[in-house]
Design a protein around this ligand. Structure first.
Ligand SMILES: Nc1ncnc2c1ncn2[C@@H]1O[C@H](COP(=O)(O)OP(=O)(O)OP(=O)(O)O)[C@@H](O)[C@H]1O
Ligand SMILES: [Mg+2]
Length: 331
């Protein structure tokens, strides 16, 4: 395992308990993330893209240990994050920070902006008040907020400015990994590009590592070094940006690319309409390709067993999970 990896996730599965029992009398569970592996090198960005309900947030929350995993390992900067006990986890929490989608609901309305940024430093426990103030000043400048705005409350800021506070807060403990969960999709189109560019320049300035979640391939293309396309709990395709956008190969990726407007024209939360078809019931075991029910290229065999990610011939790391990949390559 490379020491350069800020995050290395192997065989992660996450399920949620549901109402009712299955035929064997066991509690029904919804398998939201099913045996997914991914890694992010230090200073880089991995994008996880997919439609609503594909499991992006659940995978990220499991990485931050905000939802319990059912299986798999989570290594952050060489530490087995998934195995930490409660006390060690409390101390390690500062190593993963999250920038949330909605800056209106994710900031405590009763705290002044400076104290919102201060909070994670207090939890982390190691810094003096003077040191906290110094860090807050530095971060306010870094995210483009003025010093006098430190004393204001969230409602006194615009959406874009609130997201800047959220970003400063996420940076405060110098985390090994920052999870950005749809960080711009609640913002006005005009403000989205400013925040994305801020995230990029902060990454260059501080060497940040991002796990970047989006339903929008245009945003992901702008932000990410590697891209994982997720559908119904599994990765359909996983590749570096150049390889992916030169030739997205999975039928689901093609459908996403056709459906989603680009960042220039301002993608909104819903995206376009994707191919029709039934969506699999994740409370039941999956017997074939999850996309088969909607796939325009579905063929005999696609529904018989689950395709696994496999490296595309002639590439080093462009992986996809599709039985028909070789046929597409030949045509
Ligand atoms: N706490 C929960 N309890 C039960 N089911 C859940 C819970 N959280 C998520 N799910 C289910 O897990 C699946 C994946 O949800 P998740 O929120 O991870 O998707 P997502 O890709 O982030 O979608 P979105 O783009 O809408 O944010 C969905 O079927 C969802 O209903
Ligand atoms: Mg989500």
């Amino acid at each position: 395992m490379s020491a350069q990896l800020a995050l290395d996730v192997r065989n992660l599965s996450v399920s949620f308990p549901m109402r009712g029992r299955d035929a064997d009398g066991r509690r029904r569970r919804l398998l939201a993330v099913d045996d997914v592996s991914f890694s992010v090198a230090r200073g880089k960005t991995l994008g996880i893209v997919g439609e609503s309900g594909s499991g992006k947030t659940t995978a990220a929350m499991a990485v931050a240990r905000l939802v319990p995993k059912m299986a798999g390992s989570i290594i952050i900067d060489g530490t087995d994050f998934g195995a930490l006990d409660t006390e060690a986890l409390r101390r390690a929490r500062q190593r993963v920070q999250i920038i949330f989608q909605d800056p209106y609901s994710s900031l405590n309305p009763r705290l002044r902006a400076a104290d919102i940024v201060r909070e994670p430093l207090i939890y982390a426990g190691a810094t003096s008040r003077t040191e906290q103030d110094r860090i807050i000043d530095e971060l306010f400048e870094a995210v483009g907020l003025r010093p006098e705005q430190k004393a204001l409350f969230p409602h006194q800021f615009s959406g874009g400015q609130r997201q800047r506070i959220g970003i400063a807060r996420a940076l405060s403990t110098r985390p090994s990994l920052i999870i950005c969960d749809e960080p711009v999709s609640a913002l006005d189109v005009a403000v989205q590009a400013q925040i994305l560019n801020l995230l990029k320049s902060l990454q260059a300035q501080f060497g940040l590592t991002y796990l970047f979640i989006s339903h929008d391939l245009g945003v992901v293309q702008h932000m990410c070094d590697d891209i994982a396309v997720m559908y119904m709990g599994q990765f359909m395709e996983y590749a570096n940006r150049e390889s992916f956008f030169a030739a997205p190969r999975h039928p689901y990726s093609e459908a996403l690319l056709d459906a989603v407007p680009t960042i220039e024209v301002g993608a909104q939360a819903t995206g376009g309409k994707l191919v029709d078809g039934a969506i699999p019931d994740l409370t039941k075991p999956q017997t074939g390709c999850r996309f088969a029910s909607r796939c325009p290229h579905v063929a005999a065999g696609c529904e018989d067993s689950v395709p696994l990610l496999d490296v595309w011939p002639g590439t080093s790391d462009h992986q996809l999970a599709c039985y028909r990949a070789a046929e597409f390559a030949a045509s």
